[in-house]
Design a protein around this ligand. Sequence first.
Ligand code: HEM
Length: 499
Amino acid sequence: MAETTTGSGQPKGFRSAELGWPELDRIPHPPYRLPLLGDVLGASRRTPLQDSLKYARTLGPIFRRNAFGKEFVFTWGAGLVADLADESRFAKHVGLGVANLRPVAGDGLFTAYNHEPNWQLAHDVLAPGFSREAMAGYHSMMLAVAERLTEHWDRAAAAGRTVDVPGDMTKLTLETIARTGFGHDFGSFERPRPHPFVTAMVGTLTYAQRLNSVPAPLTPLLLRRASRRNAADIAHLNRIVDEVVRSRRAEGGGDGDLLDRMLETAHPDTGERLSPENVRRQVITFLVAGHETTSGALSFALHYLAQHPEVAARARAEVDRVWDGTAAPGYEQVAKLRYVRRVLDESLRLWPTAPAFAREAREDTVLAGEHPMRRGAWTLVLTPMLHRDPAVWGADAERFDPDRFDARAVRSRPPHTFKPFGTGARACIGRQFALHEATLVLGLLLRRYALRPDPGYRLRVTERLTLMPEGLRLRPERRTPTPPGAPSLRAEPADPASC
Ligand code: HEM
């Protein structure tokens, strides 16, 4: 199963940019490049993404970095990214961090190479699990999990305590995907510490990121202990997942959730089924991909709401008006929270929690008419910079402003300028799931609490392939109900699909 690295320690199939970009010299790189080591001066092993954002600001819409002989091209200019979204010439590239996850997720949906037959098979079998009908079926389970969160926050509010926002959002989103997708309860809210699944997952994600910042030939030496720990983390994840599958088989089936689809559904055309090994890969993939990024998105949104009381007040007024005292909002009532959704979109613009995706040329081509690429050459799209391109978002692109996502503003922007869920055939299968869950939870929290920030908190972003606001704590205060007849906001006009 360990198939991801070559003898040199590079991810299998790794292609350094010199091989694929005939005019690489025209692409700028940071100053002070060191022989053998590359662009390592001032680089941080813990924040490679934020380092790249720094370089992007000085080097422009396409640039390259070299780390220990590995040369990478980064792209973020809106015109270049729009060209990379052309599915006839470009496709997903499984490289860098994603390839480093192959030992744990193998040919699961997220980490599968485009040519692997299990991608299409799993995609076709699992896509109906994200249909509108399926989503409506998950809604009441999402509500039930959110209630466990509010019970927890009610206790903190009553005691005047702060809450650990990323920690609690991780509990919430893990329980939600586990419950809706796999009929499983990790008991996260009843534990004083994160569930061992989360600890092992954070370990493997952090290790996958670290692999990129160590000279490939020295990996066995420098990361010996970390790699042993990583092997233990992977074994742990496998054990947990095997247990989830075993108990489902023992029960003789669930209520038609994702796990049932994985275990029982045959491909509608070919009759093929997922193999037991592939099921294991998919369960890990969905448990991880299905909660880590949504947890970050919710955490960033709560940070911005706490920092912008006027935005929180407007969002809260919308919730009060649209939900109008309904104790348990229905499925249809979530999409009606248009301003809350804009808050979420704007948070995902500034901090898309899966902050990069890689694209490779299907054939020899010229990127945006300027940069020749050979077949297989690839580039990493830096989504947070795409989302800050001043040509699209204006000179104040760093400013948090949910009105950037009102219907007219969305229509006025060119396509492919907002890409938190990736692009094309390999874009996020769980997008609607994440948006529904996060909008619902933000609505519930806004309705119930005033969110008091810690006045001394300055946003720090931690990286483990995904992004999360580090050390974010808020003090929730139970709201007094809005008096009858209090002014409410006008209805927000409908937004077109904004991403
Ligand atoms: C805010 C939350 C989320 C964000 C920002 C996000 C982001 C992304 C991105 C950028 C990709 C494409 C990666 C690439 O091109 O390499 C992706 C793929 C994927 N996501 Fe999400 N995701 C989120 C939530 C979810 C959820 C809730 C699920 C499952 C329930 C999920 C499952 C997946 C899977 C399985 C893929 C691989 C799809 C394929 O290649 O066919 N994601 N996601």
